[in-house]
Each structure stands twice: as structure tokens, then as C-alpha cells.
Design a protein around this ligand. Structure first.
Ligand code: AMP
Length: 593
């Protein structure tokens, strides 16, 4: 090892070139091992980031971000050639790296000897470029890049150019770097598990590289979860029957609702909260409301928690489809998006609390702590869970989850070794999802047969309407959904008056419903509704038993379109047979029948 001697950038560029030539992972690992071994400890973290085309771990969110136009300008400045020449060449190669290599080579023949570029200098310059901001940023980036290219050999210029424009793409997976680190500094491949664990709990390849190079496996063994470094999320395997799930989990498990939203990892340190996405990007600025909810409802000074963030209708308390969260992916007018698309949080994990790393504790221990530190409210809840030990119980809870707007269940091991497997898809969590789901594109006209009292802003009016399809064979109205979305304040104000003459003291004799409404109506008013999808349901009676015994059809995430179909009598509403046909047709279209 060349301790003390500054690492030349050309060493990296040579290694990159060789790595690019191979497609075999083992060869690639060997080349990386050699590179890492010849790297001094001071810069090994930087080398690790650079092999990934980055200068920081992803979650820091600092990117070099040089646009192609600016890169071409830098090359014009260094090569003394016209931009049209460079652009023409770029059209041929399609690669700024190769283009830079060519133009720098042409120029080099007439330049004098220069100091070789060091990794340190390249890294520091890239860092300055990444952090340049404000009015002079573009000029500063341009002169920094030109300075680097002027000092670079043609081969170095190729890789610098690819790095700054985000096109390095050496194809070295994070996992290959971990293999190489285990071999170079951990005594061999056997150390890979330990190295990987360190990486999965800090997500920082550079920090792992530096620690193992400086302190060996002992240092790696001291890695603990720490706030502000996102943990790679644990993932679930999938099975399709309650029997298989229980067998795999040792006969009993904790079944939790599988909410359909966006996974958030919250890092709370005192009064500061950072939120990371499933891909470990810092998305705190997208969810200031979630940040506040965590501050208010987590009773621990420092903690790392995971939750599913779900779009909700605050007036009805109903969950909304995942797609609505897409409106929260924005940089501007966030305040408006918060009002238009409010969210609730369903917390399902705690990984750290007040100095204690919980990732190696069992699930029951973690859940116990979670229950102690999360103060539930309307908007913050623990993931609903039930301990189950029989297939029928699991199936019942599954159907309940679906009725309540969830995707299914995540069944979790409760054994003593049910640790949090950061970054792994394992059998400690098994998801059980709806198989039969069908997307809806057409509206349906449904009959209002009942209503539920509203709460909150909707107190005194209806929170949701119970809607039914018509069955001519039996001359009955079969319930298919509960709809509370899409009504304006004006609709809400006038609905009780509109329905007044149709109120009946108990369920109407022609209505077939397993749900108990607060108010019942004679079937009269027809409204137009658009749903997001259809699913099998044990509590809606529409086309009961036609697809599966004991199951009717339900429309999920219904929304009133604003059209009252006064032109239709109740018997003219969409029929159960039509609903069944829509379900079947759409299943066919998405290839599930
Ligand atoms: P999938 O994305 O289909 O692999 O399912 C796993 C995802 O379900 C996780 O990444 C979470 O975002 C989400 N999820 C929803 N509810 C839960 C829960 N109670 N426990 C764990 N994950 C959940």
C-alpha cells in the first residue's frame, strides 16, 4: 500500500477502463480489490463514492449535475476548438467522455508537462462544483471543470466528463464494492455478511470503506444505527394462502394491515425530523405535515420509525388510492397540496430510540416499544395488527383489511430471532395481497339506499352514502360500495333535504345489505360514481357468489362525479350483472382471469 503518497487520478482511470472491459462480476471484484488496496486510507471513502459516479451517499442529495451544454463549453475552452466541432463529434460518439478524450488528446501534444491530477484534487473540485449556487454558479462550474480538464490526460478527461454529467455507469453494484472491501480489508469473502450489515444500517458506502480500511472488522463490528443515516428498508416475501403463511411463520404471527401509500422512514432528533423515501432520498420538504405529526406524536427525544403515509379524506376518514399521493411529489405550492391531499401515518416499525439500536431486537420487543412511544391520534396510528394462529382467522382479518381500504396484510414473524433485516427481502415478513383486483374506467349509476352520519366538518350531514346496483331477477338492490368522496359543500348541505321524503325507519325490503346504515332510504335517487378498481368483498352483496362463494363485488375508492341522475329511476341503475361484467372484462384485460 502506498500510505502517505497521494493517489493519482490516473490509477482510478486505469482501473475504470479495465472494469469497463469485463462483464464478469468476479473479475470486476478482483479489479476493485486491487484498486481499493492501492488506495490510501485518507481517500478510500472518496474512491468508493467515485466508483458509483457520486461524491456523497445518495441520501445526502448533493449531485454534481453538469448539463451537457456546460460540459461542451468547458471543452471548447480547454481544447481551443469551436463548439460546432465538438457537437458534431458528440453526435457521432454519443458520449461526452469519448469526445473529451479525443479533443484533450489533440490538445495535449502541444502542452507542457503538468503535475499529475490527484484523487483528492478531483474530488475537491467536483465537490465545489456540486455546491456552487447562486448567480455565479454556472460560471464557477465552468471554470472549475475547465481547470480539471486542462490538467487531465485524455483518459482522465474521459472519466471526469462522464462523472460530472452523471454518465459514469461502470456497472459496479454497491454489493460488488462490499465484496471487494471484505476481501481487501476484512480478511476474505467470509467477512461479507458483517460488511453488508454495516452498509445496510448506514447506507454510506464511503463510511464503510473508510472504517474497514482504518479499523478492520473490529471497526465494522461497532457500527450502530444512527440518526440521519437512513437504514435500508426490510422487505417482504409473498405467499398466496393463509395456510402457507402460517406454516412458514411457525404456526402463528402478527398480521398487520398492508396500507397502500408511500413508505417513510422518519429520523427524529429532538425537534428536528427528517423523512426518507423507500429509495432513501430525503423527502422531508414534500411532507412538512408528516414532519409535524412525527414531532408531535412521538414520545421519545430521538427515534427512527417507519410508517406508511396514506392519502386520506379528512371528512370521511376514508383512505384514498395511492395515486393521489403523486400530487404530493412537487417542489412548489406544497401548502396547497397539503390541503388538497392530506395524509395519515400508519406507523409499523421502530429501529432506534434514545441511543438504543433496536434492529437486532425481536419484532415483539420492537412493537412493544412502538406502542409506548407513539401517541395515536386521528392522523397518526399504529399499523392495525392481530395475533393469528389459524388460517380462518388470518383470512378474516385479510378481508377486513381490504374492506378498510388496504391492499392486504403483512404477516410478521414473532419468533425470538425476528430481527429487522435491513435491506433484505426475507421470510420474516410475508405479504398477502389481493389477487383479484380489476381497474375501473367507466362510471356506474348507483342507487342511494342508506347513509352514514358525518363527523368533523360533516357533522349534521352525511359522511358517506351506501350505494347499490339493481338486480332485475330478484327485483332487489344489492350494495356495492360506500361513497363519501366527491361531494361539494353544497351537495352535502342539500342531500339530507333531497333524501328527506325517502327516509324509511329500517332497511327497505328491496334492499339486500349486510352493512348497517345509520339512515335507510327507499331506493329512489341515482347518482353517477367513478371507482378506482373493483374487488371481491364479504360484506357487499352485489353479485354475491358469482365469482367466489361468500363473496360479493365491491367498488373501491368511489368518487361522486357530481351528476345526479334524476333522469333515471332506481330500476334504471347499473345492474349487478353489469357490475359483474365490468369486473370480468377488466380482469381479462389485465390478464388475471
Ligand atoms: P411491496 O411493496 O408490495 O413489496 O410491499 C411492501 C411494502 O408494504 C412496504 O415497503 C411498505 O411500504 C408497505 N407496508 C404497508 N403496510 C405495512 C406494514 N404494516 N408493515 C410493513 N410494510 C407495510
Amino acid at each position: 500500500m502506498l500510505w502517505g503518497l497521494p493517489l493519482k487520478y490516473s490509477t482510478i482511470a486505469d482501473a475504470y477502463e479495465e472494469i469497463e472491459r469485463t462483464t464478469k462480476r468476479l473479475e470486476m471484484t478482483d479489479l476493485l480489490v486491487n484498486l481499493l488496496k492501492s488506495t490510501s486510507r485518507e481517500v478510500i471513502d472518496k474512491v468508493a463514492y467515485l466508483t458509483q459516479g457520486r461524491i456523497y451517499p445518495d441520501f445526502v442529495g448533493i449531485e454534481i449535475g453538469v448539463a451537457e451544454k456546460l460540459a461542451v463549453k468547458a471543452l471548447v475552452r480547454v481544447s481551443g476548438r469551436r463548439d460546432v466541432d465538438i457537437e458534431e463529434e458528440l453526435k457521432k460518439t454519443g458520449d461526452l467522455g469519448e469526445t473529451a478524450e479525443k479533443f484533450v488528446a489533440a490538445k495535449k501534444q502541444v502542452t507542457f508537462f503538468q503535475q499529475p491530477l490527484t484523487v483528492q484534487r478531483v474530488y475537491e473540485t467536483l465537490d465545489k462544483m456540486a455546491k456552487a449556487s447562486g448567480s455565479g454558479a454556472v460560471d464557477l462550474k465552468l471554470s472549475l471543470l475547465a481547470g480539471l480538464l486542462a490538467a487531465a490526460s485524455p483518459k482522465e478527461a474521459k472519466y471526469i466528463m462522464r462523472t460530472v454529467t452523471g454518465n459514469l455507469r461502470l456497472g459496479i453494484a454497491d454489493m460488488t464494492v462490499l465484496d471487494a472491501l471484505a476481501i481487501a480489508y476484512g480478511g476474505g469473502k467470509e467477512a461479507r455478511g458483517q460488511v453488508e450489515r454495516a452498509y445496510t444500517i448506514c447506507s454510506d458506502l464511503g463510511r464503510v470503506a473508510k472504517t474497514i480500511a482504518e479499523e478492520g472488522l473490529e471497526g465494522i463490528g461497532k457500527f450502530r444505527v444512527s440518526i440521519s443515516e437512513p437504514i435500508r428498508p426490510m422487505l417482504a416475501e409473498r405467499l398466496s394462502s393463509p395456510e402457507e403463511i402460517l406454516e412458514k411463520l411457525g404456526g402463528k404471527c402478527m398480521a398487520e394491515y398492508k396500507y397502500d401509500g408511500e413508505r417513510l422512514q422518519a429520523h427524529k432528533k429532538g425537534n428536528t425530523v427528517k423523512l426518507f423515501s423507500r429509495r432513501l432520498e430525503d423527502i422531508s420538504s414534500q411532507y412538512p405535515d408528516a414532519v409535524e405529526l412525527f414531532k408531535k406524536h412521538v414520545k421519545a427525544e430521538d427515534a427512527i420509525l417507519e410508517c406508511e403515509c396514506v392519502a386520506v379524506d379528512l371528512d370521511t376518514g376514508e383512505m384514498r388510492p395511492f395515486q393521489e399521493l403523486m400530487h404530493r411529489r412537487r417542489k412548489y405550492e406544497i401548502e396547497r397540496a397539503i390541503d388538497d391531499y392530506p395524509v395519515s401515518l400508519f406507523v409499523f416499525e421502530v429501529l432506534y430510540v434514545d441511543g438504543r439500536d433496536l434492529t437486532l431486537e425481536s419484532y415483539p420487543v420492537r412493537r412493544g416499544i412502538l406502542e409506548r412511544i407513539v401517541e395515536e391520534s386521528d392522523r397518526v396510528k399504529l399499523a392495525n395488527g392481530a395475533l393469528v394462529s389459524a388460517p380462518a382467522e388470518l383470512e378474516k382479518f385479510f378481508m377486513e383489511a381490504i374492506e378498510n381500504g388496504c391492499e392486504g396484510l403483512v404477516c410478521k414473524s414473532i419468533s425470538s430471532d425476528s430481527v429487522y433485516q435491513a435491506g433484505a427481502r426475507g421470510w420474516l415478513w410475508i405479504k398477502y395481497k389481493r389477487d383479484y383486483k380489476s381497474e375501473m374506467t367507466d362510471t356506474v349509476d348507483l342507487v342511494v339506499v342508506g347513509a352514514f352520519h358525518g363527523r368533523g366538518k360533516r357533522a349534521g350531514t352525511y359522511g358517506a352514502l351506501l350505494l347499490a346496483a339493481y338486480t332485475s331477477e330478484r327485483d332487489t338492490f344489492e350494495t356495492v360500495t360506500k361513497c363519501g368522496t366527491g361531494f361539494t359543500d353544497e351537495d352535502l348541505g342539500k342531500l339530507p333535504k333531497m333524501m328527506h321524503d325517502h327516509v324509511v325507519p329500517h332497511k327497505h325490503s328491496r334492499v339486500d345489505s349486510m352493512l348497517e346504515a345509520d339512515v335507510w332510504f327507499e331506493p329512489a335517487l341515482v347518482i353517477e360514481v367513478l371507482g378506482a378498481e373493483m374487488t371481491l368483498s364479504p360484506i357487499h352483496t352485489c353479485a354475491m357468489g358469482s365469482v367466489r362463494k361468500g363473496r360479493g363485488l365491491a367498488i373501491r375508492f368511489p368518487r361522486f362525479t357530481g351528476n345526479y341522475r334524476f333522469d333515471k329511476a332506481a330500476e334504471d341503475a347499473t345492474t349487478s350483472a353489469e357490475v359483474l361484467e365490468i369486473y370480468r372484462n377488466q380482469l381479462k384485460r389485465i390478464g388475471q382471469s
